[in-house]
Design a protein around this ligand. Structure first.
Ligand code: ASP
Length: 420
């Protein structure tokens, strides 16, 4: 059986088993079984992957930038990455905001009972309250102490850590005048060792995928999906439009690539993203796919995918736009055009600042909702369905990164060929 078939099977089995047992969710024995047998399996897998994400991001990004700087290609690659990122993020938010205004999923909706997750709302609120003003947040992309941010990479320190790695990689190219130095050898070996660990951990991915999906469906069942069905459909429809229309057009127009064949090659990575709901946890897999199956230039894929896993989150940007406007409709908060534009811009920026971990975007949604006067409890409404939506938007986030990496690679190759 092929790997992606095995993963798909685990995913379906996990979902069916979780849904079937949800109705007996109060049963003590089942709860213990979920808590002590199923949850640890999923967590073990995620922790092992998260364990290598930080060394992998640092070594991968430094190597990518070192190689690009050595061949004087860095500026061009960075410019292209930025262009495609802005294009894809803007398209996703415009789709989301357009759909939510057209379908109005929150109008006239009775405010449903909160799902008792008030502690969840408070935690997110506390995180949101710690948010810094824009200027300060921008300044903090430059870390005072790279070791400090490396320690907090998965709790908001990823962007500063990437900044340090970019600068260091470029400096390394200058000091070694482009020739491989001992430092570069160390980085290469670190990166290869990380890949080896990922390969080993991935051997038990099917089991972990079963556990992760079971855990969510067992906890929430499907009723909750029905109660917010219209909102859910709007988000999922928007994500599908971004994948099926925007990415398809981008691949065709800017890369002359065959979209369906491309998506087919990426399907295994989509499944990982869906099951883990984390761009960062999927990064090692995307890097492997880009180098081994898509045959992208390693320096380009390392640069684009590593940065993209945190800074290019189209699914998250779309979800944020839809959710904020949906909550405004539910609570009858009328937004002027300029407030809607503010939501669009903030959603695009939030897609850049969101940590690539499960639920990473929730504090940012809290900030957005507070700014336009939606009660904090509104978050309680969507928390119950968030895991499912997180799985869907993370898949799009990762897909967007792969599309951009492929386009930057193609254009860079074409340019090289035409100058030769
Ligand atoms: N889970 C998402 C990711 O890792 C972030 C989010 O939207 O919460 O890409």
């Amino acid at each position: 059986m092929k790997n992606h078939h095995r993963l798909l099977l685990s995913l379906l089995l996990g979902a069916c088993a979780g849904l079937a047992l949800h109705q007996f969710g109060e049963n003590d024995l089942l709860q213990q079984f979920n808590r002590y047998a199923i949850e640890p399996v999923g967590q073990l897998f995620l922790r092992l992957i998260f364990m290598i994400v930080t060394p992998m991001v640092v070594s991968g990004l430094m190597l990518g930038v070192f190689q690009l700087s050595s061949h004087h290609g860095l500026a061009q690659v960075a410019k292209r990455t930025l262009f495609f990122t802005v294009l894809a993020s803007s398209a996703s938010v415009v789709i989301g905001v357009g759909l939510v205004n057209f379908f109005q999923p929150g109008r006239g909706m009775d405010i449903p009972q909160l799902h008792g997750d008030i502690t969840g709302v408070r935690n997110i609120q506390q995180n949101a309250e710690q948010a810094k003003p824009m200027v300060e947040a921008l300044l903090e992309i430059i870390p005072k102490n790279p070791f400090d941010v490396a320690g907090k990479a998965l709790e908001g320190g990823m962007l500063p850590l990437m900044f340090f790695s970019l600068v260091f990689g470029a400096a390394l190219a200058l000091t070694s005048a482009g020739k491989p130095s001992r430092w570069v050898e160390v980085l290469e070996e670190t990166y290869a060792a990380c890949m080896l660990i990922v390969d080993t951990v991935m051997k038990f991915a099917p089991l972990a995928v079963f556990a992760l999906v079971f855990q969510s469906t067992f906890k929430f069942g499907y009723q909750i999906l029905l109660s917010l069905g219209f909102y859910l459909l709007v988000v999922v429809f928007g994500l599908l439009l971004q994948q099926g229309v925007v990415y398809t057009l981008m691949l065709r127009l800017f890369g002359n690539l065959r979209p369906l064949a491309f998506f087919k090659q990426c399907r295994e990575v989509y499944l990982y993203a869906f099951a883990t709901a984390s761009s960062n946890a999927t990064l090692p897999r995307s890097l492997e796919l880009a180098e081994q199956r898509l045959k992208l230039a390693p320096e380009i894929s390392r640069f684009v995918l590593t940065i993209g896993s945190t800074a290019n989150q189209n699914g998250t940007a779309l979800f944020e736009g839809v959710t904020v406007l949906f909550l405004a409709q539910v609570y009858g908060v009328d937004l002027s055009l300029s407030q809607q534009i503010q939501v669009v811009l903030m959603a695009i920026l939030a897609g850049i600042g969101t940590a690539g971990v499960p639920g990473g975007s929730l504090p940012l949604i809290m900030i957005l909702t507070q700014q336009i006067g939606i009660p904090a409890e509104g978050m309680g409404l969507i928390l119950g369905v968030d895991r499912f939506l997180d799985m869907c938007r993370t898949t799009l986030n990762v897909s967007g990164d792969l599309v951009i990496a492929a386009l930057v690679d193609r254009q860079t190759r074409d340019e090289k060929n035409s100058t030769q």
